[in-house]
Design a binder for this molecule. Sequence first.
Ligand code: 13P
Ligand code: SF4
Length: 370
Amino acid sequence: MEALDFLEKEQTFTLPERYSILSEEEMRARIIEIKEAFGDRLFMPGHHYQKDEVIDFADARGDSLKLARICTAMDEAEFIVFCGVHFMAETADMLTSDHQKVILPDMRAGCSMADMADIDQTEQGWQTMQDTFGDTILPLTYVNSTAAIKSFVGKNGGATVTSSNAKKMLEWAFTQKERILFLPDQHLGRNTAFDLGLSLDEMAVWDPIGHRFEFEGEDLQDVKVILWKGHCSVHEKFNIKHIENLKKKDPEITVLVHPECTYDVVQASDMDGSTSFIIDTIENAPAGSKWAIGTEMNLVNRLIKENPDKEIVSLNPFLCPCLTMNRIDLPHLLWSLEMLEKGEVVNQIKVPEEIREHAVLALNRMLERS
Ligand code: 13P
Ligand code: SF4
């Protein structure tokens, strides 16, 4: 089920008033108290894009790959309160055992990119792709996708990828089939395929709304990668003008961007890489070095704070927050924990078994290879 469908069907709830009255200190104190009382029965993973007020309480901080891995090893945790977005909580649910319950403190914490690939559109598009290219296509999906899409991919022999293993997974995929369908982020797909040496003429975009290929080359049969027409609304906000302006002001500055940025931005930047690559690069950079970073705002602000010996700015002067990641805040976190304390599990993320079965195949094909 898509995150927004779920919301409409299941969540008529508004946060009780008490949570708008409590001070930050009171909320923090209660969270500490509840976490201590639960001990190892409660585990709270936090994605790097989460707000400071939330990430302060995370038992593990990571990118989506690291958090997926950690959750598989958290057998003793009865409750996993996931500080991230819906698709990450679904992944955690699929990689943990039946006795473990995954909770998302605010169900509105979705991902606009994941919502751009709907399972019905995918199945219809796949049929047209099979009619056009025959049985020559392997589907890969960025983990930023619904469990239903992961299941479709798993059923068709494909795998999930994250930004930190996309290149390796695309290389593997080409050992399996002649062509790849890459869902749902056209930019990560295009940037990764280009990195592997494919030309833009060997890539077509699949428009799921118009139900047609977008292709400017000569022969569609030359296409090796079909890019689903999805994008991240946060990373699309960086543009070439931002790079030119910064470089004009300071030619010494190094521009480092996430591969969810457009192809033009990635080509014009000095370096690009996944969330963990960005963090490692900044942490290992020499004191005094200057950086402009093109990724989510909470992470950029945290890098600025944690690396005072370096000069770091956001590539977009207006910064780019992920609004859905920001849905997780102290009031929602405390509410979900206080409900747990009362013995009530709220906002549980449970992937139906018939979807989980094949989605796990896609996830495991990735985990085995990265
Ligand atoms: P990572 O896979 O790098 O954690 O990224 C997740 C994400 O949502 C990026 O926009
Ligand atoms: Fe989705 Fe983009 Fe937010 Fe990542 S930053 S969770 S891809 S909307």
